[in-house]
Design a protein around this ligand. Structure first.
Ligand code: SF4
Length: 468
């Protein structure tokens, strides 16, 4: 019997317009999400070429990177940020693109609002000028992070020219222990497969642990696929995905819902699907995971020690030495106990309501340590409203956290939320590259939101399992 097809292959084939000379595929994009950072030049190129936006109704905009989180009152104090927003507003107006601004109540990080509005759906192709677009794969979509010239291509043609990646199925078996989250699972996967391990691959996440995940946990998992080098990451759609989508503003309604369900179900990977590679991890072996270096693969379990140069392969030594020097950490030192100056809870990886709830459970148990600056930044206005309805801002404020307005904030620090000097930040975001959080010498330790909250209360990295 011939092998069946994976979801990736079905979605790719359903959206392939034609094969191009040189081996690429021209792929139709079902949903294009844009924001203020990568779209202005793309619109300028379109203007120069006198081209309209080909499918404005398939394009949606928000503003996230540059928004201040203390007050979003207009005009922004930062004139460059204000100018970027004005450009986006004008471009959306001129081209008839729906823009979710702060006044709409629907603004937020692009990878948070797409799912919560029901824009992201199974079996879709999604593109956005942001590296973490793989997030949308949580619904069984194939979602590509693209560059500015590709944003122009999608605006002008609704298509992308892409090389077809191979597909690796990653199963997470068993069950996670308490205090272990989707963030730990993806940090563990990247640690084991390496930051370049996924180059040339699409990742299909599966197995009992992934199937038991909520949609928000799946979004966290898929979000960091790109950090493991994979072009996209996805989870097969199931009843959990359909229940999440039902009734959302842009999800199909009425008779269309039944038709959509039939199509979505048909897009899931066949039981006998062919994969180019398969990897399996045991969920019982995953513990709260923390990065100690300058890429997300340089991580260890919270009860482990940072590797010594003698522990790593010869070809990794230079990178590890560079990381330890930059971080001011020593090989052989336990990661627990590492002092922090700043705690950041937010981002498109971990700025959703379930993340804030878990962090609040921990925050309730104490007070932010003296000398630690702790910020909680919801991923969207909808997340903020839900958190307010549940009384979470009061919980955080009572513990000494600063409750902010939604945006990307200190994930990338394109707004005023920045590290200062050599500060070390316990962060629920997705990148710990040098200078990522706004100070060229600032240092980032990636971990789950609950672990960040725990670190905030102790002023150092601790094992959240001992607090829950
Ligand atoms: S939260 Fe961070 S990774 Fe996500 S879209 Fe914003 S800047 Fe990019």
């Amino acid at each position: 019997m011939p092998a069946g097809k994976s979801l990736f292959d079905k979605v790719w084939d359903a959206h392939a317009v034609r094969e191009l000379q040189g081996g690429q595929t021209q792929l139709f994009i079902g949903l294009h999400l844009i924001h203020e950072v990568t779209s202005p030049q793309a619109f300028a190129m379109l203007r120069e070429m006198k081209l309209p936006v080909r499918f404005p109704r398939l394009t949606f905009a928000t503003v996230d990177h540059i928004v201040p989180t203390d007050s979003q009152r207009r005009p922004f104090t930062d004139t460059l940020a204000e100018e970027m927003l004005v450009h986006l507003e004008r471009n959306c107006r001129e081209h008839g693109i729906r823009f979710f601004d702060a006044a709409s109540g629907k603004q937020g990080i692009v990878h948070v609002i797409g799912p919560e509005l029901g824009l992201t759906q199974p079996g879709m192709t999604v593109a956005c000028g942001d590296s973490h677009t793989s997030t949308h794969g949580a619904f069984g979509a194939i979602a590509f992070g693209i560059g500015t010239s590709q944003v122009r291509d999608v605006l002008a043609t609704q298509c992308l020219a892409l090389n077809r990646p191979k597909v690796r199925r990653i199963e997470v078996t068993g069950k996670l222990g308490g205090g272990v989250y989707a963030k730990d699972v993806i940090l563990h996967i990247i640690r084991r497969l390496g930051v370049n391990g996924g180059v040339g691959f699409a990742y299909e996440y599966a197995g009992p642990v992934v199937e038991a995940f909520s949609m928000e946990e799946r979004l966290t998992l898929c979000n960091m696929s790109i950090e493991g080098g994979a072009r996209v990451g996805y989870v097969n759609p199931d009843e959990i995905a359909y229940a999440y989508l039902r009734g959302r503003e842009y999800a199909p309604g009425g008779d269309a819902w039944g038709r959509a369900l039939t199509w979505w179900r048909g897009m899931a990977s066949d039981a006998n699907a062919h994969y180019d590679d398969r990897v399996s991890f045991d969920g019982r072996e995953i513990s709260p995971t923390v990065t100690w270096g300058i890429n997300p693969g340089q991580a260890c379990g919270v009860a482990e020690s940072i590797p010594r140069l003698s522990d790593v392969r010869a070809e990794e030594r230079a990178q590890v030495a560079e990381a330890l020097e930059f971080m001011g950490l020593c090989g052989g030192q336990p990661i627990a106990g590492t002092k922090i100056d700043v705690a950041f809870i937010g981002s498109c990886t971990n700025g959703r309501i379930s993340d804030l709830r878990e962090a609040a459970r921990v925050a309730k148990t104490g007070f932010v340590a003296s000398g630690v600056r702790a910020l909680v930044v919801p991923g969207s206005h909808a997340v903020a409203r839900q958190a307010e309805a549940e009384g979470l801002p009061e919980v955080f404020r009572a513990a000494g956290f600063d409750w902010r307005e939604p945006g990307c904030s200190m994930c990338l620090a394109m707004n005023p939320d920045k590290l200062k000097g050599r500060e070390i930040c316990a962060s629920s975001s997705n990148r710990n590259f040098k200078g990522r959080q706004g100070s060229p010498t600032g240092r980032t330790l990636l971990m789950s939101p609950a672990m960040v909250a725990a670190a905030a209360l102790h002023g150092r990295v601790v094992d959240v399992r001992e607090m829950l």
